[in-house]
Write a protein that binds this ligand. Structure first.
Ligand code: HEC
Ligand code: HEC
Ligand code: HEC
Length: 163
């Protein structure tokens, strides 16, 4: 009888230590996650971030115009890596409108496309890979700058906007 209650007490003490003290020591408090528990500075996603900054034009319309002439080797390498099997990119983009980005982009960049990389893979490789990626260094690789969290329903939606 005594032995059994000692055993129970030992288990209880272990649980208190692991979950009580152990977790408390590890806890650093919540990190700030834009759109979840911190301000969302880019409510329209792509077009909120791709603007003119310090006189430098980062607009999606400007990028799309530039790649209709020529694609830089860095961008082409990332786009090629995210392309479906069997597709070799030409390095020249068709002329396209930039109303409703990325909704309109995804018409061609669908998951089943044989001629263009799927937009999820293309956007993820462009923004989340590379040792000197500015989206990682300047914007902390935040998923929530493109994917928007709906606190009321728990849904994550890809955000859409016009320049
Ligand atoms: C919070 C800021 C931010 C958001 C939101 C964002 N981007 Fe970007 N984007 C960047 C940065 C920074 C780069 C440069 C990455 C690098 O250093 O290679 C970039 C690069 C790009 C490039 C490649 C440009 C080039 O010439 O190499 C394209 C295309 C692009 N973004 C399109 C989009 C689209 C479409 C969306 C929405 C689905 C989007 N971006 C959302 C910041 C953003
Ligand atoms: C009419 C169809 C179409 C639409 C709409 C479209 N794309 Fe593309 N995209 C393509 C094709 C085809 C390629 C592959 C081009 C190649 O072979 O280099 C491509 C490739 C790309 C690449 C890789 C670089 C390149 O040109 O190879 C980027 C970046 C890109 N698209 C961004 C966008 C963005 C941003 C939008 C929306 C504003 C968009 N695309 C809308 C068809 C489209
Ligand atoms: C630059 C914009 C951008 C950023 C940043 C971004 N995503 Fe995405 N993500 C997209 C786009 C575009 C799609 C395609 C949505 C569609 O097809 O409906 C997508 C789709 C997805 C999907 C659905 C699966 C798929 O392949 O379609 C998952 C899962 C996902 N993203 C996870 C993440 C995570 C995790 C992060 C952060 C580490 C992240 N994304 C950051 C643009 C982004």
């Amino acid at each position: 009888m005594l032995k059994k209650s000692l055993k129970v007490a030992a288990i209880a003490m272990t649980l208190v230590f692991v979950f009580g003290i152990g977790f408390k020591a590890l806890s650093q408090g919540p990190r700030s996650i834009p759109g979840v528990n911190a301000d969302d500075k880019f409510p329209k996603g792509c077009v909120s971030c791709h603007t003119v900054v310090d006189g430098k034009d980062h607009k999606v319309s400007t990028i799309v115009k530039a790649i209709a002439d020529a694609v830089t080797p860095e961008l082409l390498a990332k786009a090629q890596a995210s392309s479906p099997e069997g597709l070799t990119l030409k390095g020249k983009h068709p002329k396209v409108p930039t109303t409703e980005v990325p909704k309109k982009c995804m018409m061609c960049h669908s998951k089943t496309s044989k001629t263009a990389p799927a937009f999820s893979r293309l956007m993820h490789t462009i923004h989340l890979t590379g040792a000197t990626n500015m989206f990682m260094s300047t914007f902390q690789g935040e998923c929530g700058h493109c994917h928007k969290y709906d606190k009321a329903t728990g849904d994550w939606n890809l955000c859409n906007g016009t320049e």
